[in-house]
Each structure stands twice: as structure tokens, then as C-alpha cells.
Design a protein around this ligand. Structure first.
Ligand code: FPP
Length: 254
């Protein structure tokens, strides 16, 4: 019996004239979704995890290159201990239950964020998923846990300083490419489409460098209701955007 079943069938996906190479999502509104139903916040997080699975699958089916999901920010450590612990347990559950799907769909998994603060149970599951999927060549799934965009930037600067101290930097000057190579997303395309659910108009310390020219899509839908069809809606909207990258019609010039 092979460890992973690779014989399942894939759903039909609609065609798009142009797709983002990298989609990043701020999955917001789990708590409000649960409150609307008179349920505890963790009920919303649980349903949110199911949507994260659906959206990962959909991005894989669409042959999108990278998907980054904001599952837990550095600031989320300030939440009540019971909620933090429940989210950590949910993360472990997600990482364990998704491994088979990631192998089946050729997904390469990475956790991005400050690992030092994560409990051993999460670290263990992260390591297993990263190592098992390391040779996969399809969708890059970046799960942002204990993640902060400013911290990521400071980390890259410190890495460069360290390389300079050790004499491995060829020149004293750094450029954007060298800087981007020291971020968690090194080697992956910049974010083309940033989605935020639940209607808030904030970036919340997410992918501050990588979203420089991202198209932003905000929907009032709470994350637990963000289905594959909602994603198709965001992609349809992206398809119609004129991207100029600060120029006049950069699309033609690129
Ligand atoms: C924001 O909703 C969501 C989070 C802080 C956590 C995101 C977690 C999940 C989607 C579930 C776990 C996912 C995986 C992949 C394991 P909120 O709690 O801030 O909602 P609110 O703004 O309505 O209070």
C-alpha cells in the first residue's frame, strides 16, 4: 500500500484569461462568524480551517504558483491563552491532516514566521510537512504562523549584516533582489493578489515587502464562508484589473 493515495480525481476549474502567480490571504472574521451563530470563537476557527483546505486545493487545481495564508500573526500571541492554545492545536490538526493532500497535489509546504515562539507540537508537524513535501514542484503553500511583516524585514537585514560580517557578501551595497532573497518567500513571485475577508481595510503587518504592487481584493464575507466560488470571484475581479506597476501601461512593456 503506498503511503499516499495519488488516484483521486480533480474537480473541473473555470478558465481565466490571466491568473495571479502569487495569492496571499488575510483570513479574517472567524470570531464574528461564530458569534453570529451564538458559538465560541474556536467554532469559527475550526470552520476557517476547512476553508483553508478548500482554498489550498482550489489554488493547486488552478496551477497558481504560490499561496500564502495568514493563520497566526505575531500580534495574535496577545489573545487569551485558551484561544491561542486552541489555535495551536488546530494548526497541528491541519498540518497532520493535510499532508496526504499535499503529496497527492504536489504541493510544497513551508511555514513562515518566528519559529522560536511556537510549541514543540507545532514545530514537529511543520518539520514533517516541510521535509515530506520538499521535493514537490506544484503550488507553494506558505502558512504564516507567528508571522509579522516587519519582523521578516528586520530578519532579512540581520541576515545581510551577518553575511557581511562573515565576508560572504560580494559588495557592501545591497539591492532589492538580494534583499528579497533573504525573505521567507525567497525564490517565489511577489504577491499579485492580496485578499482580505470580513471587510476590514487593513494590511495588519502581512507581507509588507511582497505586496508592494499587489492588487487588493476586500470582501465582506467572513473567512468561514469564503468558498472556492468566492475565490473564483476574486480571481475574476483580478482578471479585469489593469496593472501598471507605476508606469502607463506596464502590462505591454513587461
Ligand atoms: C481571524 O479571525 C483569524 C485568525 C486570527 C486565525 C486564522 C485561523 C484560521 C483560519 C483557522 C486555522 C487555519 C489553519 C490553516 C490551521 P478573527 O478571530 O480575528 O475573527 P474576528 O475578527 O471576527 O474576531
Amino acid at each position: 500500500m503506498p503511503r499516499f493515495d495519488t488516484q483521486k480525481s480533480k474537480p473541473e476549474v473555470p478558465g481565466f484569461g490571466r491568473l495571479p502567480r502569487h495569492v496571499a490571504i488575510i483570513m479574517d472574521g472567524n470570531g464574528r462568524w461564530a458569534a453570529d451563530r451564538g458559538k465560541p470563537r474556536i467554532f469559527g476557527h475550526r470552520r476557517g480551517m476547512e476553508r483553508a483546505k478548500d482554498i489550498t486545493r482550489a489554488c493547486g487545481d488552478l496551477l497558481i504558483e504560490s499561496l500564502t495564508l495568514y493563520a497566526f500573526s505575531l500580534d495574535n500571541w496577545k489573545r487569551p491563552k485558551a484561544e491561542v492554545n486552541a489555535l495551536m492545536r488546530l494548526l497541528v490538526k491541519f498540518l497532520n491532516s493535510e499532508l496526504e493532500e499535499m503529496m497527492y497535489s504536489n504541493i510544497r509546504f513551508r511555514a513562515i514566521g518566528e519559529r522560536g515562539m511556537l510549541p514543540e507540537s507545532v514545530l514537529e508537524a511543520v518539520r514533517e510537512d516541510e521535509e515530506t513535501t520538499a521535493q514537490n514542484t506544484g503550488l507553494n503553500l506558505n502558512l504564516a504562523v507567528s508571522y509579522g511583516g516587519r519582523a521578516e524585514i528586520i530578519g532579512a537585514i540581520n541576515r545581510l549584516l551577518e553575511e557581511q560580517r562573515q565576508g560572504s557578501l560580494l559588495s557592501g551595497l545591497i539591492d532589492e533582489k538580494m534583499f528579497a532573497q533573504r525573505l521567507y518567500t525567497a525564490g517565489q513571485p511577489e504577491v499579485d493578489l492580496l485578499i482580505r475577508t470580513s471587510g476590514e481595510l487593513r494590511v495588519s503587518d502581512f507581507m509588507l515587502w511582497q505586496i508592494a504592487y499587489a492588487e487588493i481584493y476586500i470582501t465582506d464575507v467572513y473567512w468561514p464562508d469564503f468558498t472556492r466560488e468566492e475565490l473564483y470571484g476574486a480571481l475574476k475581479d483580478f482578471e479585469g484589473r489593469e496593472r501598471r506597476f507605476g508606469g502607463i501601461n506596464a502590462e505591454k512593456e513587461r
